[in-house]
Design a protein around this ligand. Structure first.
Ligand code: G6P
Length: 611
C-alpha cells in the first residue's frame, strides 16, 4: 500500500519521480505528491492519480535534482489534498513520505500536541515527521540522528524517505515492514518501493532489510541499523527487462498478463523440468526435501488470490502426496493461537512477497519452530528473505491489481511440489510421475487455445454485463477456481459474485437463482462430472442462466447450458490451470464493458503491506 520513489543525483528529479510513480500506482492511487529540493523544498500534492498530480504541478517550479514522491492508498484519513504525502513538519525542517502504519501514532500525537505541535492532516505520517523534528530541535542533533531516534520510538511499519531543509544534500531512507529498494547509479541514487521504477536507470540495487537506515548523498551511501550499527551495503543485480513492466500494445496490464500465461507458466518450470531425464527439480527446496517428505502436516497460508492457490495446493498435496494439509488465511492464522508442531511445514504463498499478514504469520510459524517455505513472485522481496527456503514463481512483474498470471504460476509451483513429494513418498507410480510432468509441459499450448476464443468471451460479457449478481460453482479442485472466478469479477467490475462448492448450492444459494442470475459452472470431465450435470439441471429447472466451462467435445452440457466454453482435455490434477483462464477473461471483458478501471479497481491495492 502506497508507493514511494526518490531521486538524488545530477539530473532533473521531476520526470524520474513522475515516471516512477506511474510504475508504482498499482500500490495505491487515491492521491499523489512530490517534494523537490532547489533553493527551497517545493511540495505539490493532490487527491487523485499521478496524472492529476502532473496536471497540478504543470507550470509550477519543479526544478531540482533531489526529490521524493508518493502515491497513496489511504489508511489514516480519507483521500484528500491535506492527507496526501509528502508531509512537512510544523516548523518546516523535515519533509517525509511514508508507506506503512504507525500504530502508536495516537499516543505520540498527544505528546507532541502537549508540546505545542499542531497537525494539519489526520495521518499517522504527520505524527512521525513532527516527532523527528521535535527530537531534532530539542536534542540539537543531526537529521540522521533525529530520524534514527524517532524510529526507535514508533511501533508499526514504515518505508520512509526524509529530506531535511538544513541538510538538503541528502535523502534519509529507512524501512521496517514496508519494502524499500535503492538503485545505485553513477553519481546518483534512486529509491522505490519495488524495483520497477529503477530498472530503466540501473540494474544495481540494494534491498533494505527491516530496521535498516541509509543516508544517501549523490556520491555516497552509508548504511546502518536503526540501533546505529554499521552495515556493509550488499549490491545485487536485477534482471527485469523494461518491456516486462509496460503494456506492450495491450489496452490493460490485466489483459496483457492474462495473455502472457502460456509464457509465464513456461518460465515457472523453465530449468526445473527435464523431459529427457523425466525429472522435476526445484533448486530452492533441494536441502529441504527430506524434511518436507517427512512432514506431519502442511499448513498453507496466504491472502486473496494466493489463498485460493493454496486451496488448489491442498487438494494436490493430499491427492498426490497423501500429506494432510490445512489452508489458512494469514490474517486469521496469526491471531488465533494456532497449534503448530515442529514437524509441520508451513508454506506461505504471496505474489508480492510483502503482504503484512502473511509476513506476520511466517514469524509466528518460525517462533513455533516449523519449517517455513515461501512461494513468491517478486525476487528479493521480504517473504523469500524471511523463510527457510522456497520457490520463486518467475511469472514476471504483475502490475494489474487483479492477480492472474501470478495465480497460475503459484498453482504450477504447487503442482510441481506435489508431484515431487508424491514420487518421493511413493504415493504415485513412476508412470504417473512421468505422465504428470509431460502433461504439465503441455499446459501452455492448451492455454493458448483457450485464449483464441477471446471474441466469444466478449459476446458472453456483452450479454450479462448488467447483471447484479453472479454465482460461481465448482467441485473438488474446481471449487477454489470458482472462488477465484468470483473474486476476479467482484474486484474489477464491482458486481456481487460468490463462489460455492456446487453441491452446497442446495443449502442456500439456490434460493437466489432466477432468470436474472448467471451461474458460471465449472463442469469439466472429471470424477464428479455426472454430479455437476445434475447441479446444472437444478439451476435450469429454476430458470437460472448457465455459463458452463466444459471439456472439449462435451455434448451433454452444451444442450442444457446457455453458453459453454470449451477447454482442451487435461489431466484432472492440472485442470485448474486451464479452467481459471476463461473466468479471468470473462471478468476482464465485463469490467471493460461496464467502464471500470480494470488495472486500478477502486479501494484496492496490489500489495497490502498493512494488516
Ligand atoms: C491484494 C491483491 C490481491 C492479492 C492479495 C495477496 O489483495 O489485490 O490480488 O491476491 O493482495 O497478495 P500477495 O502479494 O500476498 O499474493
Amino acid at each position: 500500500m502506497c508507493g514511494i520513489v526518490g531521486y538524488i543525483g545530477n539530473k532533473e528529479a521531476y520526470p524520474i519521480l513522475i515516471s516512477g510513480l506511474y510504475r508504482l500506482e498499482y500500490r495505491g492511487y487515491d492521491s499523489a505528491g512530490i517534494a523537490i529540493v532547489n533553493s527551497k523544498t517545493n511540495i505539490y500534492k493532490t487527491q487523485g492519480k499521478v496524472s492529476d498530480l502532473e496536471n497540478f504541478a504543470s507550470g509550477k517550479d519543479i526544478k531540482g535534482t533531489i526529490g521524493i514522491g508518493h502515491t497513496r492508498w489511504a489508511t489514516h484519513g480519507e483521500p484528500n489534498n491535506v492527507n496526501a504525502h509528502p508531509h512537512k513538519s510544523m516548523n518546516g525542517h523535515f519533509v517525509i513520505i511514508h508507506n506503512g502504519i504507525i500504530e502508536n501514532y495516537a499516543r505520540l500525537k498527544k505528546r507532541l500536541e502537549n508540546r505545542g505541535y499542531i497537525f494539519e492532516s489526520e495521518t499517522d505520517t504527520e505524527v512521525l515527521v513532527n516527532l523527528i523534528e521535535h527530537i531534532y530541535l530539542i536534542g540539537q542533533v543531526s537529521a540522521e540522528v533525529a530520524v534514527r531516534l524517532a524510529l526507535t520510538k514508533v511501533v508499526g511499519a514504515f518505508g520512509i524517505l526524509v529530506i531535511c531543509k538544513d541538510e538538503n544534500n541528502q535523502i534519509i531512507a529507512a524501512r521496517k515492514g514496508s519494502p524499500l529498494v535503492i538503485g545505485v547509479g553513477k553519481g546518483e541514487y534512486f529509491f522505490a518501493s519495488d524495483a520497477s521504477p529503477i530498472i530503466e536507470h540501473t540494474s544495481s540495487v540494494i534491498y533494505l532489510n527491516d530496521n535498516d537506515m541509509a543516508v544517501v548523498t549523490k556520491d555516497s551511501l552509508s548504511l546502518k541499523t536503526i540501533n546505529n550499527d554499521f552495515l556493509e551495503p550488499k549490491i545485487q543485480t536485477i534482471d527485469i527487462e523494461l518491456g516486462e513492466i509496460e503494456k506492450g500494445g495491450y489496452d490493460h496490464f490485466m489483459l496483457k498478463e492474462i495473455f502472457e500465461q502460456p509464457r509465464s507458466i513456461n518460465d515457472t518450470f523453465r530449468g526445473r523440468i527435464s523431459l529427457d531425464k523425466k525429472q522435476l527439480q526445484l533448486g530452492g527446496l533441494f536441502n529441504i526435501i527430506p524434511k518436507l517428505v517427512e512432514a506431519r502436516r502442511i499448513i498453507i497460508i496466504g491472502c486473496g488470490t494466493s489463498w485460493h492457490a493454496g486451496l488448489v495446493g491442498e487438494y494436490l498435496f493430499e491427492e498426490l502426496a497423501r500429506i494432510p494439509v490445512e489452508v489458512e488465511y494469514a490474517s486469521e492464522f496469526r491471531y488465533r493461537n494456532p497449534v503448530i508442531y515442529k514437524d509441520d511445514v508451513v508454506i506461505a504463498i504471496s505474489q508480492s512477497g510483502e503482504t503484512a499478514d502473511t509476513l506476520a504469520a511466517i514469524k509466528l510459524a518460525k517462533e513455533n519452530e516449523a519449517l517455513v517455505l515461501g512461494i513468491c513472485n517478486v525476487v528479493g522481496s521480504s517473504i523469500p528473505r524471511e523463510t527457510d527456503g522456497g520457490v520463486y514463481t518467475h511469472a514476471g512483474p504483475e502490475i494489474g491489481v487483479a492477480s492472474t498470471k501470478a495465480f497460475t504460476a503459484q498453482v504450477t509451483v504447487l503442482t510441481m511440489m506435489a508431484i515431487i513429494l508424491g514420487q518421493k513418498r511413493n504415493t504415485i507410480t513412476q508412470e504417473k510421475y512421468e505422465y504428470l510432468i509431460k502433461a504439465l509441459t503441455e499446459i501452455p499450448d492448451k492455454i493458448e487455445q483457450i485464449l483464441s476464443y477471446n471474441d466469444m468471451f466478449k459476446i458472453i460479457a456483452e450479454t450479462y454485463k448488467n447483471s447484479e449478481h453472479f454465482l460461481y460453482l465448482g467441485r473438488g479442485l474446481q471449487f477454489p477456481v470458482a472462488l477465484e472466478g468470483a473474486l476476479k469479477l467482484k474486484e474489477i467490475s464491482y458486481i456481487h459474485a460468490e463462489g460455492y462448492p456446487a453441491a452446497e448450492m442446495k443449502h442456500g444459494p439456490i434460493a437466489l437463482i432466477d432468470e436474472n442470475m448467471p451461474v458460471v459452472v465449472i463442469a469439466t470431465k472429471d470424477k464428479s462430472y455426472e454430479k455437476i450435470v445434475s447441479n446444472i439441471q437444478e439451476i435450469k429447472a429454476r430458470k437460472g442462466i448457465v455459463i458452463a466451462i466444459v471439456t472439449k467435445g462435451d455434448t451433454i452440457i452444451k444442450n442444457i447450458a446457455n453458453y459453454t466454453i470449451e477447454i482442451p482435455e487435461v489431466y484432472e490434477e492440472l485442470s485448474p490451470l486451464l479452467t481459471v483462464i476463461p473466468l479471468q477473461i470473462l471478468s476482464y471483458h465485463i469490467a471493460v464493458l461496464r467502464g471500470c478501471n480494470v488495472d486500478q479497481p477502486r479501494n484496492l491495492a496490489k500489495s497490502v503491506t498493512v494488516e
